[in-house]
Design a protein around this ligand. Structure first.
Ligand code: ADP
Length: 272
């Protein structure tokens, strides 16, 4: 069932000098199995929105329906929601703390109270899904490269068997090779599973290549919600939102590679 976000609002520190209306009347539908790129300049509201999707933050207005249920109903289990909507934070490797990869990946399933066989199966499967060899299960995460550590952290979320995987800036701080590897792995994961993926980024470049649909946030609102091709027709507006100019050529090339027409004159709202 799709996730329905209905007139969602969030205000930080209401009634104080620090009051900030971070989400303004967000209406969105996220369908099962979609690969969504959630983009926007720093401070546009991406993290605030994703933290609502798995119940870490509670809206000050509006609601979200998951599996047809209002997540703010008193009978709705937030613990269940958190197991279904996996959130991989920025720099997730900072949250690794166990002495072996195995212990780190199985931490979540263990807390679900599953039996040992199920815990082991999930751990092996998750490690495979992120493209790591199971030889590494006994290794210390602290001896691994930045990209490998990040995969271990993602495996820890996948071991919970979520239906939706949200990755907040999964390429932050990685070199270009590490960045391509992790994005390719995420794309492979999407192809091989029926996971819904929400890839959060401030970079057009990272998301345009993989996402079926782009949701562009600007100042707490949804500015665009369309295919990469549809959104990119508004590239002048995207540039004005701080989605950097050098990315224009890149995205144009990606569209050409996908065989989509590129209309270089479609640069205003009226024309597009
Ligand atoms: P993004 O993930 O797109 O960078 P955020 O969701 O983190 O954006 O932030 C949205 C807005 O809310 C920004 O203006 C930010 O400064 C503000 N904000 C984020 N966290 C807090 C907080 N804890 N207290 C007050 N304002 C916050």
């Amino acid at each position: 069932m799709p996730i329905i976000i209905d007139k969602l609002n969030y205000v930080y520190s209401p009634g104080t000098a620090y009051e900030k209306h971070a989400l303004k009347d967000i209406n969105l539908v996220i369908n099962d199995g979609e690969f969504i790129g959630l983009i926007g300049h720093t401070g546009s509201g991406k993290s605030t929105l994703t933290q609502h999707l798995n119940g870490l933050m509670k809206a000050t207005g509006g609601t979200i329906y998951y599996n047809g249920q209002d997540i703010y109903d008193k009978d709705f289990s937030m613990k269940w929601l958190r197991s279904k909507v996996g959130l991989v934070f920025q720099y997730p490797e900072h949250q690794l703390f166990e002495t072996t990869v195995y212990k780190d990946v199985c931490f979540g399933p263990k807390n679900l109270g599953l039996d040992q066989l199920e815990i082991d199966v999930r751990t092996y499967e998750a490690i495979k899904l992120v493209g790591l060899s199971d030889d590494l299960l006994d290794a210390s995460p602290f001896e691994m490269s930045g990209g490998q550590k990040r995969r271990v952290a993602i495996a820890g979320v996948l071991a919970m068997k979520p239906e939706v995987l949200i990755l907040d800036e999964p390429t932050a701080g990685l070199d270009p090779k590490g960045r391509d590897e992790i994005l390719d792995q995420i794309a492979k994961l999407h192809k091989e599973s029926n996971l819904t993926i929400i890839l959060v980024s401030h970079s057009m470049e990272d998301v345009a290549k993989y996402a079926d649909r782009l949701i562009v946030m600007n100042k707490g609102s949804v500015a665009f919600n369309d295919t990469p091709h549809g959104v990119f027709a508004y590239y002048k507006e995207l540039e004005a939102m701080g989605l950097a100019a050098p990315q224009v050529t890149y995205v144009m090339n990606e569209l050409k590679l996908k065989g989509l027409p590129v209309n270089t004159t479609a640069n205003t709202v009226e024309e597009a």
